[in-house]
Design a protein around this ligand. Sequence first.
Ligand code: C2E
Ligand code: CA
Ligand code: CA
Ligand code: CA
Length: 279
Amino acid sequence: AKTSGRDAARVFDVSIDLAIRERQSLEQHLRLALERGEFCLHYQPQVDAQNQQVVGVEALLRWHSAELGEVSPTRFIPVAEECGLIQPIGRWVMNEAFRQKAAWEALGLDALDLSINLSAAQLADPELVGLVQHCIERHGCDPTRMVLEITESHLMADPVAASEKLLAIKALGLQLSIDDFGTGYSSLAYLKRFPIDELKIDQSFVQSMLDDEADLAIVRSIIALGHALGLRLVGEGVEHQQQAIQLKALGCDELQGYYFSRPLSARALEQHVFQEPKK
Ligand code: C2E
Ligand code: CA
Ligand code: CA
Ligand code: CA
C-alpha cells in the first residue's frame, strides 16, 4: 500500500509538472501573439426575440497560434489575466471592435449594437476610460451603439470602485451589460444603483430551463427583476427552437446562441447574415 501511495504521488507530481509546462508554453506563445497578428474577432448575432431580426453582435476573441493552433479563450484569457497580458490584448480588442463598428456604419449598418467583453483586470485599469474615449475619437463610430459586457462576479467583487468606472463610461455614451447573470452574487442594492442597460441570463439556466422547474423559475425571476429595474434582457446559449420559444414567452427581449448563429468572422457575417432579406 505504501508503494502504491508513492506511485500515486509521483503520477500526481508528473501531471502537475505537465500542467505547469503547458501553462508556461501557452504564456510564451501568448506573449508573441499580438505582434504576430494572431488574434481576430468573431461576432455572434443577437436577435430581437419578437421578430428574430439581428439587432446586435457580440465580439468574441479568437487566437490562431502558429504553433498551438486554435486556442479557446476559455483557456488563454485566464492565463492572460494572470500574467498581465490581458491589458494589451484588451486594448487590441477594444480598438479592433471600434474599427469594425465604424466600417459597418460606413456600409450603412448603423442600427446595430456591438458588445465587447471586459475582464476584471481591465475594469480595474485606471486607463480604461481614457482608452474608450481614445477609441471613440479615433474610429468615430456611434458610442451609444457600443456595449461593454462585464461579468456579474467581476462587477460585484468591488462594487464601489466599479460603480465609479461605470458612471464614467456611461458618460461617454456607451451601454453597459452584466454578463453571466445569475451565477454570481448580485447585491440588489448595487444592481439598482449601477448605470446598466442590460442583463445577460447565463447560458446554464437557458440550457436546463426546459427540464428543470427550478431553472425555469430562476429565468422567470431574472426577467421580472430586470424588467422591474428597466433593463433589457438577453438570453444566452440558445441552442434549440423550444428554448427560443420559451424565452420569448417569458418576455426576454433578445436572444443569442447557436440556434441563430455561431460566432462568425466579420466577412462571413456580412455575406450570410447582414445580406439576408428581411423576413
Ligand atoms: P461569454 O462572454 O459568456 O461568451 C459566450 C460564449 O458562449 C462564447 O464562447 C460563445 O461562443 C459561446 N456560445 C454562444 N452561443 C452558444 C450556444 O448556443 N451554446 C454554447 N454551448 N455556447 C455558446 P467563447 O467564444 O469560447 O468565449 C468564452 C469566454 O471567453 C467568453 O464567455 C468570455 O468570458 C471570454 N472572452 C471571449 N472573448 C473575450 C474578449 O475579447 N475579452 C475578454 N476579456 N474575454 C473574452
Ligand atoms: Ca444587444
Ligand atoms: Ca459575454
Ligand atoms: Ca455569458
